[in-house]
Design a protein around this ligand. Structure first.
Ligand code: HSE
Length: 441
């Protein structure tokens, strides 16, 4: 049969919000080029929505609109279900039902896969269907494809990514304009970058969802969101963003997954990177993922981290992959998590107390000349080596100095002991602020 005679891929979509509408629009606008690449037409046959009247004003008459999403996942004429309703409750039931009915699934729902991925991928494996999720991680960037296919020859050493657009936007605004955290967040929400619950963004949870998926693809480990150490940016002081800049560093919320001799580190936290590092050049809501692997070396992927058509681009790429591979038996397809199902094995995930990094410390100090020797004494006693020490003007209190210390590599448990000693000094005011530093080369 000639390629052009293949039956269209019949898509049932759950939701017609930002991503759903973007997917519909791009599929329509670029139908010709997508078909030329795929050899098959994509047809959005059915869409489940909450508001039928609103949806009817947005899509063509030949799209069947229903207000019960189970009608879509149970419909025998649907080949693939695109889940873009979000959340982890009803979305889980719908995805599992679609799989049970032998349908492939495309989703951009990182929370769903990070929390229920083990169950979902096992169900898909048992049914011989695909669950694809390029849009779930750094939307426009084909990072899942890069890890699963482009870097397939490599042992991966580490991945470090700016994988939340909202927080990167907030940090960029704080740095560039000196605006407060709250104002920058409101602006990011108005621009549509934030999750329905922005706490997921600013507390680092969204980045941790994405890191979970990246780590599985990079290291062949199970999906284990609960093992990611997560710190957001809500406790970050604007003064530290400014001090870091003065010292030649930039604060970024990074998701880091790293192989170490004991196992794996999985962590999301604010991080100082050198201002000239490529990750420091990623501004606003943009995302970037850097990967260090043994053969390819360092590679980096950059692009929009949020947005309607930006996410649609990834969702449609998954649909095209499916259209090309749906007739293959499971073992000839690219595995969902980059490794064959049976080859996914646990690695011990390091407790955060045991992880070693360099640190930026800031102490607000009275009586500088008396206190400095004590600070150095405490750090030496705790075996925290000092790489650099700077005394800066305190932004809010002329009676105080800000002492910034950049440390050598140290375990968090060691640093904690040192900080407790420093905070006990009567001329060190308030608590000692600490931010991890990474070199990433
Ligand atoms: N809230 C997410 C972000 C959207 O800011 O990156 C895309 O996942």
């Amino acid at each position: 049969m000639p390629l052009h005679a293949l039956a269209p891929l019949r898509i049932g979509m759950l939701g017609l919000g930002t991503v759903g509408m973007g997917t519909y629009t791009v599929l329509q606008r670029n139908a010709e080029v997508i078909e030329a690449r795929t050899g098959r037409r994509m047809e959005i046959a059915m869409v489940a929505v909450r508001n039928l009247a609103r949806a009817a004003s947005l899509v063509d008459d030949d799209v069947e609109l229903v207000d019960d999403p189970f009608l879509v996942v149970n419909h025998p004429g649907i080949d693939v279900v695109v889940e873009v309703i979000g959340g982890t409750t009803i979305a889980r039931d719908l995805v599992l039902q679609a799989i049970a009915n032998g349908k492939h699934v495309v989703t951009a729902n990182k929370a769903l896969l990070a929390v229920h991925g083990t169950e979902i991928f096992a169900a898909a494996q048992a049914q011989g269907v695909v669950v694809a999720y390029e849009g779930a991680v750094a939307v426009s960037i084909p990072i899942i494809k890069a890890l699963r296919e482009g870097l397939t020859a490599n042992h991966i050493e580490w991945i470090a990514g700016i994988i939340n657009g909202t927080t990167n936007y907030i940090l960029s605004e704080m740095k560039d304009k000196g605006v407060s955290f709250a104002d920058a967040l409101a602006d990011a929400q108005a621009k549509g970058y934030a999750e329905a619950d922005p706490a997921f963004d600013v507390e680092g949870v969204d980045a941790a969802h994405k890191l979970t998926l990246l780590a599985s693809n990079a290291f062949g480990v199970p999906i284990q969101f609960d093992k990611v150490h997560v710190e957001g940016i809500t406790q970050l002081d604007a003064a530290d963003v400014a001090f870091a800049e003065r010292l030649g560093y930039r604060v970024k919320l990074l998701g880091i997954a790293r192989r170490n001799p004991q196992g794996l580190e999985l962590r999301v936290h604010p991080t100082l990177v050198a201002a000239e590092h490529l990750l420091a050049q990623v501004h606003g809501s943009m995302n970037a993922v850097m990967v260090k692997s043994d053969a390819a070396g360092v590679t980096m992927y950059y692009g929009a981290g949020a947005g309607s058509e930006q996410t649609a681009s990834a969702v449609i790429a998954d649909l095209v992959d499916l259209a090309r591979s749906s007739s293959l038996v499971q073992r000839h397809r690219v595995p969902s998590l980059a490794f064959q199902h049976h080859a996914i094995v646990e690695l011990p995930v390091a407790a955060i107390d045991d992880v070693e990094t360099a640190y930026y410390l800031r102490l607000d100090v009275a009586s500088l000349s008396r206190t400095l020797p004590k600070i150095l004494g405490h750090l030496a006693q705790a075996d925290v080596r000092v790489q650099q020490l700077e005394v800066l003007e305190h932004p809010d209190d002329a009676q105080l100095n800000a002492v910034v210390v950049l440390t050598d590599f140290t375990q968090l448990r060691v640093l904690r002991g040192a900080i407790a000693g420093l905070e006990a000094l009567p001329t060190v005011m308030g608590f000692v602020r600490s931010i991890r530093m990474e070199r990433l080369v």
